[in-house]
Write a protein that binds this ligand. Structure first.
Ligand code: R5P
Length: 293
């Protein structure tokens, strides 16, 4: 058994291979001047291969790369592929919110089945609905139990773990339980057509306290910015923004800091400067159990 890391998950792939004491499959990779991707496997492919490849931006390119890698691995002898998709693109389009929409995640699931993929590891998918579009053995793991150690390094002052909307409350609860803190959530509404977000305060008791905002994904940062603005009005001490998937498009980071966010902490499902928690310890037991099946 060997592991291969796609171009988007090189760091995470190496870390997982070290923890599992597995050899990596070398990958020769380049982008042609016109933007097309080129891959070559200079070394032997094993019968069982773990492929780690995040579908982070640019998502559509990552998806094409994924299929090149799967097809290539199969052609060169991999009969069993365990596919680790640390960030699953299109997971928020798991239903038709408006008439005429396409369920994008369904297309991805169908294409992967067509290529014979039937063992998956996902990290914090947006809703359990997403998983029904993939066929075979599926394990979803969560990054949120792994935030404990880093948060404890900050000597948090009477912390409140706060979800910026009710859907993220389940993640906030995990973080809160692990560090022995209170948790709550803010009420958020998003206009489906314009994408604009409105946040409403509940009775939040945050005066002088450190607040840790916890969400599954930070994309534009709009949700965190709105929450931070609300908290500022309540006399909050420091604001931390933690997420499993730090997509951070455009000015997300600057906007969050400008809104008063003190520290931004994400994981390596999308590798960046803010990837301060690795999801490898959560992924490894999932891989082990799929290997045994
Ligand atoms: C939405 O339901 C998600 O849980 C996140 O709150 C959302 O994707 C964050 O997006 P943004 O950073 O653009 O507000």
């Amino acid at each position: 058994m060997k592991l291969i890391a796609g171009p988007s998950s090189y760091g995470l792939g190496i870390y997982i291979s070290k923890l599992l004491s597995l050899d990596m499959i070398n990958l020769e990779w380049k982008i042609f001047p016109d933007g097309e991707s080129y891959f070559r496997f200079p070394s032997k492919i094993d019968d069982v291969v773990i492929l780690v490849h995040s579908l982070s931006p640019p998502q559509d390119k990552r998806i094409v790369e994924l299929f090149f890698l799967i097809k290539g691995l199969r052609s060169y002898g991999a009969n069993d592929i365990i596919l680790v998709l640390p960030y699953l693109a299109y997971m928020r389009q798991d239903k038709k919110f408006l008439d005429g929409e396409i369920i994008s995640i369904e297309v991805l699931g169908e294409l992967l089945s067509f290529y014979g993929v039937n063992k998956y590891v996902f990290v914090d998918v947006h809703s359990s609905e997403v998983l029904k579009f993939f066929k075979g053995e599926i394990i979803e793991v969560s990054a949120f139990p792994l935030f404990r150690d880093i948060l404890l390094t900050y000597d948090l002052v009477n912390p409140l773990i706060l979800a910026p909307d009710v859907k993220a409350f389940k993640y906030a609860e995990v973080v809160a339980r692990n560090i022995g803190a209170e948790c709550d959530y803010i009420v958020k509404r998003r206009d489906r057509s314009t994408g604009e977000i409105e946040s409403y305060a509940k009775d939040l008791n945050v005066n002088g306290r450190d607040v840790v905002l916890v969400d599954d994904i930070i994309t534009t940062g709009g949700t965190i910015v709105n929450a931070a603005k609300l908290l500022k009005g309540y006399g909050v001490n420091r604001i931390f923004a933690c997420c499993s998937h730090g997509v951070f498009v455009g000015n997300a980071i600057t906007n969050m800091h400008n809104a008063g966010v003190y520290e931004i902490i994400s994981t390596d499902t999308i590798e960046s400067y803010y990837s301060r928690v690795s999801v490898a310890p959560a992924i490894i037991p999932a891989i082990k159990s799929l290997v045994e099946k």
